[in-house]
Design a protein around this ligand. Structure first.
Ligand SMILES: *Cc1c(COP(=O)(O)O)cnc(C)c1O
Length: 224
């Protein structure tokens, strides 16, 4: 099946309110252009440098999502064009995003990343940590950031019960934050969870945004 056919198949199989981010990391521009020519516009990358290069080389109506861990000193490369930063996990990073957004005269949409997995290798806030940030005066002063929801990555495991529990935990966190802090903010509505292996499960548990790479573009080869 071609790349556009795979995208179409996924889009047709998920609810209309769930957004598919086609994760094109490590893949060549030609693959993205195949998807683009098939009509797709929403792509995700996890490295600021690669994201910036692809932004410069590819059509400007692409909606680019930064889905990976982001260091503060790299924000400046993507601040002028990124449409959503998925993995915000510190006040330091928020501060820099706000600063660079201001410089570019825009408001940047961000998701709070939560650590829901069983693995130390994954980044993210705990619920109390996020609430501490939200309640801080510093955070309240960030006029160029809009928090539109939460993001998380489940443990890399075959145990579906475990993955399901982790997704339920992220949904719980989202509901808590919505009720306690974002009740009146309509834009706070996204739950970014689910990848190639688990996006169907994630949607059952309330995902509004799935990040799918290898199912669309094929396996990645990191040794190249
Ligand atoms: C690579 C990546 C994905 C996509 O992974 P696949 O298993 O190829 O679908 C999703 N989210 C993040 C944060 C990633 O880094």
């Amino acid at each position: 099946m071609s790349i556009p056919q795979k995208i179409k198949e996924i889009v047709n199989s998920i609810p209309q309110n769930v957004k598919l981010v086609a994760v094109s990391k490590t893949k060549p521009n030609e693959d993205i252009m195949e998807a683009y020519e098939g009509g797709y516009r929403i792509f995700g990358e996890n490295k600021p440098q690669e994201l910036t290069r692809k932004y410069n080389e590819l059509p400007k109506d692409i909606e680019w999502h930064m889905i990976g861990h982001l260091q503060s000193n790299k924000v400046k490369y993507i601040a002028s064009f990124v449409s959503l930063i998925h993995a915000v996990d510190s006040i330091k990073l928020l501060k820099e995003i706000n600063k660079q957004a201001q410089k570019n005269n825009r408001i940047i949409d961000c998701l709070f990343q939560f650590h829901i997995a069983d693995e130390q290798t994954k980044f993210g806030f705990s619920l109390p940590e996020a609430e501490e940030v939200i309640n801080s005066e510093t955070f309240k002063g960030f006029e160029n950031i809009r928090i539109t929801g939460v993001m998380g990555m489940a443990t890399f495991t075959d145990n579906e019960d475990q993955i399901k529990k982790e997704f339920q935990n992220l949904k719980f966190i989202f509901d808590q934050l919505k009720t306690k802090h974002f009740q009146d903010i309509n834009e706070f509505k996204e739950i970014s969870m689910g990848m190639s292996g688990d996006y169907r499960l994630a949607i059952e548990e309330g995902s509004t945004m799935v990040r799918v790479g290898s199912t669309i573009f094929g396996a990645r080869n990191y040794t190249v």
